[in-house]
Design a protein around this ligand. Structure first.
Ligand code: AMP
Ligand code: ZN
Length: 477
């Protein structure tokens, strides 16, 4: 089986072949930190987290870099509105973003570079572009990328034409009147005294938005990436600008072998976004829904499809998630009461098939939707086997081990599985049974006080003892 991914560059699903055998350099555009992040951001970063985790699962050595845009016009505007210092604002929301990602079990990037810490490298890259005749400074202290030098590359990702773009930009008032050509984009922007700025050969200014990703991906990944990711709204102009800048700088094509874009999370069929004001922050949603349910909700749709958000959809996801989590509890209960030997009653074959179908779905452009649907089928079969037979402990442990294995990719069962491990760490089944035997002896001797005391003691340790017609049963709470 071979991993296949949808490449925005070719608009096709292609075999995944990294530039260096098993090594994968992956760069994902990070947030602009001027507010708390919303569920649309969660969608993007959970999707790429899943993709990163699956690549690791398939044996790739992944380097994952994702930036923080901590100087930007939106940050400056918000700081002005609220009377705050722009650096204070961006520091605060950088921390808020990291906190949200941790809560959602999004693994931290190997490097999470901030723009403000890379100004000298950005200036150096712009100087090289100017030296190659690909960019030009203006008398107002701005620097632009000269698009007339790369007209054949316009639309490479977005499939737009120069004519279409010119038409589209025709009615817009041009703020940057010092551009030579209407489609040129800014690399360096002059700053007024009240705006954040750094000294440069072109005067005091700050980077344009696109240049940071070219610079930081080259610095921390490689001059040529295997995967570049982001939301579909970044395809144009941001990612096309990155391609021109990076390829202009290195002379190497392609800048990224694969371009992956997540679909939008919408609300009432409109993209959830800060600028539209139709957003629910991650923090707000976390007040009502556990992080694993939010993750499950997002992964239950293919990463390229649109997800329409509503509270009702999240509640439904919560119920579906609960069913899956219950299977884990059932297995744990069965393990507590399982015979040491006896047979697997088909469980091992089910696990083998479930693993194959998980890989098959995920290999086809990370189809988590199908993978989760298959997992439900697996879970129903496991429940049926457990309720009709008594598979031995080793077979049941194998099912849990498989769920832990795929949870390295999904990241949704951690808490339920941990509870199992904690319980197992507390007291072994053999120890529990030995204590229960002592209780049996106390009962035979009609020493009710001692029998009750043993039961209470076990309860404190999370072991529930039930006296039934067929003898004593116990389970972990
Ligand atoms: P921003 O902070 O707006 O630059 O966004 C950071 C990342 O989140 C980008 O990759 C965006 O494409 C992505 N993103 C923002 N809003 C949404 C949304 N509603 N659905 C999916 N991805 C989004
Ligand atoms: Zn970017």
């Amino acid at each position: 089986m071979v991993l296949r991914v949808y490449n925005t560059l070719t608009r096709q699903i292609e075999d995944f072949v990294p530039l260096n055998d098993k090594k994968v350099n992956m760069y994902v555009c990070g947030p602009t930190v001027y507010d708390h992040c919303h569920l649309g951001h969660a969608r993007s970063y959970i999707s790429f987290d899943m993709i990163r985790r699956y690549l690791v699962y398939r044996g790739y050595d992944v380097r994952y870099v994702s930036n923080i845009t901590d100087v930007d016009d939106k940050i400056i505007a918000r700081a002005k509105e609220t009377g705050r210092d722009p650096f204070e604002l961006s520091s605060r929301f950088t921390l808020s973003f990291i906190e949200d990602m941790d809560a959602l079990n999004v693994l931290r990037p190997d490097v999470q570079p901030r723009v403000t810490e890379h100004i000298p490298e950005i200036i150096g890259t712009i100087q090289v572009l100017i030296g190659r005749g690909l960019a030009y400074p203006t008398s107002r202290g701005n620097v632009y990328y000269d698009l007339t030098r790369s007209l054949d590359r316009v639309g490479i990702l977005s499939r737009q034409t120069v004519e279409g773009l010119l038409e589209g930009s025709g009615s817009r008032v041009e703020v940057e009147e010092d551009k030579r050509y209407r489609l040129d984009f800014v690399l360096w922007k002059s700053s007024s005294e009240s705006e954040p700025g750094w000294d440069s050969p072109w005067g005091r200014g700050r980077p344009g938005w696109h240049i940071e990703c070219s610079v930081m991906s080259m610095k921390y990944c490689a001059q040529q990436l295997d995967i570049h990711g982001g939301g579909a709204d970044l395809i144009f102009p941001h990612h096309e600008a990155e391609i021109l800048q990076s390829e202009g700088y290195t002379g190497l094509r392609p800048f990224s072998r694969y371009w992956l874009h997540n679909g939008f999370l919408t609300i009432d069929n409109e993209k959830m976004s800060k600028s539209l004001g139709n957003f629910f922050t991650i923090k707000k949603v976390l007040e009502e829904f556990p992080p694993e349910v939010i993750r499950f909700f997002i992964l239950n749709t293919h990463y390229r499809s649109t997800i329409n958000f509503s509270e009702q959809h999240l509640e439904e996801a919560g119920r579906a998630y609960e069913r899956m989590a219950n299977t884990i509890s059932n297995i744990r209960y069965a393990i507590a009461n399982a015979p040491g030997k006896g047979g697997d009653f088909g469980l091992l074959e089910e696990v083998g098939q479930a693993r194959d179908s998980f890989i098959m779905s995920m290999d086809e452009d990370f189809n988590t939707r199908e993978a989760l649907a298959n997992l439900f089928v697996f879970s129903r079969r496991v429940n049926a086997i457990i309720s009709e037979n008594s598979p031995d402990r080793a077979a049941l442990e194998e099912v849990l081990a498989f769920l832990s294995e795929i949870d390295e990719v999904l990241g949704i069962f951690g808490k339920v599985l941990e509870t199992h491990e904690e319980a197992a760490e507390g007291m072994s089944d053999g120890e529990v049974e030995a204590i229960i035997q002592q209780r049996e002896e106390a009962r035979k001797a009609r020493d009710w006080a001692r029998s009750d005391a043993i039961r209470d003691e076990l309860k404190e340790k999370g072991i529930i003892v039930e006296d039934g017609k067929e003898g004593v049963r116990w389970k972990r709470s």
